[in-house]
Design a protein around this ligand. Structure first.
Ligand code: DMJ
Length: 480
């Protein structure tokens, strides 16, 4: 049986000095002055003003979802239509589940109650639908657990448990323990025998917490078995490939593309699982793999730190000098994991991309910073790393960067019906693509809110967020 030994160790709480007190430079300073309190308003700190802007924008997106897509997975804010995320013709109220703990942290308690009521009455974890296990775990299971921690409502925990029970066949029917990518929630039928590392490993945090809350260790043990199966297949260099056939156990994709998708959160959960669950095995694997990645994949080009893709058996570089925005989370992970210098350097690399485009493109060539995939997917990873680095260092610079990210998103991706992904971040007037991804409600503005609001509902020392931004430790039930 797995043991739960400790929680995330105490981290220094970043200073609460205001942004203005430290002297902002450039565009961020100018924007803040414009937004500062007028003569008739009571004196409010610059942080509080930013927090108010952040909450206003979150609620703008939320109202768009409520007005046009309530009860459905995602909203298309331009056309005012809906999108089924998991399976056509099925809804899990994804954006409701994603938004729940963000609304709680922002003090929107009436909305929290409305979301919980909807989940209790309508959320159906037994639909005859094949769902992607990875997405169901990080988005739905994580959201239900965070909602339970925020509100104490037992029904959210029982929905979480039923969902996890219906996802488990993906693990238990696999001969290696590495999960199939998809499972039918009603029948338990599995499919998808080639799984990426993110799909195999991004569950230890949710399953670990569920096991602790229920005393049922089948969930966490399934996570560990999957992790063990991957680690047993490490190369002599200590590196991992991209994807594995979960029945034969053979590698299918042999490039180690860390920190890019689709391996990204595999590494994140070795660290987060080790911290939340207190499992030293996970922490030790994290350390060993990270040492190998830093040794074999880190590369400095144009004075900036990036990570190159290599063959995991030989270490030979692939020559594809691509960095996906999804990999921007790695700056914060490196910092949390004890490699602050490298984490800060990688964050600076992504800040150079942000400075060039205003909104981060999906993929860049890291030797030139040219946008290779120009779409702007409303991704949260840069803000996530700003938050992590601020927590680790207390350095106000990370808040300034996060604010620049916020204003870029607000000026280019805001539409009347909410926020949307865009086709081309380099276009002077970007064409909207008409989707607010569910993760936008879970992540982007939560990181900003936590940095600027000083909310008493989050424990800045012990708090831990999942890869989907769900607060799975450190939520405080506080009346505000
Ligand atoms: C989120 O769903 C999660 O953060 C996931 O781990 C990868 N990134 C997306 C949002 O970009």
């Amino acid at each position: 049986m797995s043991r739960f030994l400790s929680r995330l160790g105490p981290a220094a709480r970043p200073s609460r000095r205001t942004v203005l007190a430290t002297g902002l430079g450039g565009a961020a300073a100018a924007t803040l002055v414009v937004g500062a309190a007028g003569p008739s308003e009571p004196s409010v700190s610059a942080d509080a003003l930013v927090a108010r802007q952040v909450r206003d924008e979150f609620l703008h997106g939320w109202r768009g979802y409520v007005a046009k897509a309530w009860g459905h997975d995602e909203v298309r804010p331009v056309s005012g239509t809906r999108h089924d995320f998991f399976a056509t013709g099925h809804t899990f109220g994804l954006s409701i589940v994603e938004a729940l703990d963000t609304l709680y942290l922002m003090g929107e308690d009436a909305e929290v109650r409305r979301c919980c009521d909807w989940i209790e009455q309508h959320f159906d974890p037994a639909q005859d639908a094949g769902v992607q296990v990875f997405e169901a775990v990080i988005r739905l299971l994580g959201g239900l657990l965070a909602g339970h921690l925020a509100t104490g409502r037992p029904a959210l925990l029982s929905r979480a448990r039923e969902l996890a029970d219906r996802l488990l066949p993906a693990f238990t029917r696999s001969p290696t323990g590495m999960p199939y990518t998809h499972v039918n929630l009603r029948t338990g039928a599995v499919h998808g025998a080639v799984a990426t590392l993110a799909e195999i490993g991004s569950n230890a945090v949710e399953f670990g917490l569920l096991s602790r809350l229920t005393g049922d260790y089948r969930y966490y043990d399934a996570s560990l078995r999957a992790y063990r199966a991957v680690l047993a297949r490490r190369s002599a260099l200590g590196l991992l490939g991209t994807s594995v056939h979960v029945e034969s156990g053979r590698w299918v994709g042999c490039a180690d593309i860390t920190p890019n998708a689709p391996v990204d959160s595999f590494y994140e959960y070795l660290w987060a699982g080790g911290s939340l669950v207190g499992d030293r095995q996970l922490s030790s694997w994290y350390r060993q793999l990270t040492d190998a990645i830093l040794r074999r994949q880190a590369v400095v080009t144009g004075g900036r730190l990036w990570f190159r893709s290599v063959d995991f058996r030989t270490g030979k570089p692939s020559g594809r000098n691509r960095a996906g925005e999804l990999g921007a989370f790695y700056a914060g992970l490196l910092a949390k994991g004890g490699d602050l210098r490298q984490g800060a350097a990688l964050f600076d690399s992504w800040t150079a991309v942000l400075d060039r485009y205003g909104v981060l493109p999906e993929v860049v060539d890291f030797t030139t910073l040219a946008a290779v995939d120009r779409s702007g997917q409303l991704r949260p990873e840069y803000a996530n790393s700003a938050f992590d680095l601020w927590r680790v260092t207390g350095d106000e610079r990370y808040k300034q960067c996060a604010y620049r990210y916020f204003t870029g998103m607000r000026s280019r991706q805001r539409v009347d019906g909410g926020y949307t992904v865009i086709r081309d971040v380099t276009a002077p007037v970007p064409a909207p693509e008409d989707l607010t991804p569910g993760y936008w409600f879970a992540e982007n503005l939560k990181y900003l809110w936590l940095m600027f609001s000083a909310t008493p509902r989050f424990d800045f020392g012990t708090g831990l967020l999942s890869t989907e931004g769900k607060v799975l430790a450190g939520l405080r039930q506080v009346w505000i």
